[in-house]
Design a protein around this ligand. Structure first.
Ligand SMILES: Cc1cc2nc3c(=O)[nH]c(=O)nc-3n(C[C@H](O)[C@H](O)[C@H](O)COP(=O)(O)OP(=O)(O)OC[C@H]3O[C@@H](n4cnc5c(N)ncnc54)[C@H](O)[C@@H]3O)c2cc1C
Length: 308
């Protein structure tokens, strides 16, 4: 990112919400379940799988967490009814982690049990480092309670990740490996781009070595190539791993993976709590400065329509 981009990213919270919403349309299916359904249908028709996320990390009370749980149950019913190729991703803050571990555990169990009753799967997203220990513990709790249709996410940015791989290895977990979006202090996280990539490759090797099913979640072409190399070296078949990408990010790269015969799952967020997710995506968009400049100029200089 250029200096201008970095400055714009720092100023993003000052950008008016309607502008943020417009700029982030490509990253979010829409406010309603039907929007997610149509997006998943379109992706499935392109040979891509999906993971549906009910946006909700900005909730402020237990009732809202309960509403998110109900929304997930609706998603599972819809996936089954419409015969979609999709699972779900959950954020533990949206399931009430900030209101208590036990509340979150009960909500997560409800979602995972419903998924199991329909032969579906739940991926627990990983949020900032204040939630890592609880997330790992909740994952372990659920596995100990006999829930096998649940997976976790590890972040290559965190220095602890390789040791987390070792600690989870006995469970042969299903893991999504990503770089990690949250800005963490240098004591616990790599900041250097090359160091994050190197930790990603080390962690992916260790996960494959341990026989884990891995969702290789990245739009970094170099890491995608490393992922392909490692799955080939481990002699994995098509159904034994998958690539994962975010809705609205590098669809060209995703299409290429599908053409090459790899499985690709696209992360499809929907719902009314769109702001925090949108901000994170915009902060990562290398073209953000240009978009904001264009939008700002566009608001001052109206575009000419029909030659008028
Ligand atoms: C399926 C999926 C699930 C994820 N789940 C989590 C999670 O649970 N926890 C977590 O911390 N993080 C999660 N992430 C985010 C991840 O940690 C990274 O922040 C994000 O994927 C960007 O890293 P990258 O590997 O794509 O590499 P980057 O180097 O950041 O990006 C590579 C290239 O992709 C393009 N690109 C990336 N982001 C954007 C964007 N927003 N808009 C336009 N172009 C873009 C650019 O061309 C960029 O050069 C997830 C990512 C994916 C793909």
């Amino acid at each position: 990112m250029t200096l201008l981009d970095r400055t714009i990213v720092r100023l993003l919270p000052a950008v008016p919400k309607p502008v943020v919403q417009k700029l982030s349309e490509r990253y979010i299916a829409g406010p309603e379940l039907k929007d997610a359904r149509e997006t998943v249908r379109r992706l499935n028709a392109q040979g891509k799988m999906a993971t549906v996320d009910v946006l909700g990390e900005e909730i402020t009370n237990e009732e809202e967490a309960a509403a998110i749980v109900r929304a997930y149950l609706d998603v599972f019913a819809d996936i089954e009814r419409c015969d979609l190729d999709a699972n779900v991703s959950v954020k533990l803050t949206a399931l009430g982690l900030k209101f208590g571990y036990d509340i979150c555990r009960a909500n997560l169990t409800t979602v995972v049990a419903d998924a199991a009753s329909r032969g579906n799967f739940v991926r627990i997203d990983m949020e900032d480092s204040s939630t890592t220990d609880d997330t790992m513990q909740l994952y372990r709790d659920l596995r100990r309670d006999g829930h096998d249709n649940v997976g976790v996410v590890l972040q290559a940015t965190l220095r602890r990740t390789l040791s987390d791989v070792g600690e989870l290895a006995d469970l042969r977990p299903s893991v999504r490996l990503c770089k990690g979006i949250y800005i963490e202090p240098p004591e616990i996280a790599y900041r250097d781009f090359g160091a994050v990539r190197a930790n990603y490759v080390r962690s992916l090797s260790a996960l494959l070595e341990a026989g884990c099913y891995v969702g290789i979640a990245t739009h970094d072409e170099w890491l995608v190539s490393e992922g392909k190399r490692l799955v080939a070296e481990h002699g994995l078949e098509r159904g034994q791993y998958e690539f994962q990408m975010l809705l609205g990010v590098r669809p060209d790269l995703g299409n290429r993976l599908v053409r090459e015969g790899h499985r690709l799952r696209v992360y499809v967020p929907f719902g009314r709590h769109w702001y925090a997710y949108s901000m994170r995506r915009l902060q990562e968009n290398p073209k953000i400065a240009g978009y904001i400049a264009a939008d700002t100029i566009g608001r001052f200089i109206p575009t000419r329509r029909n030659g008028a």
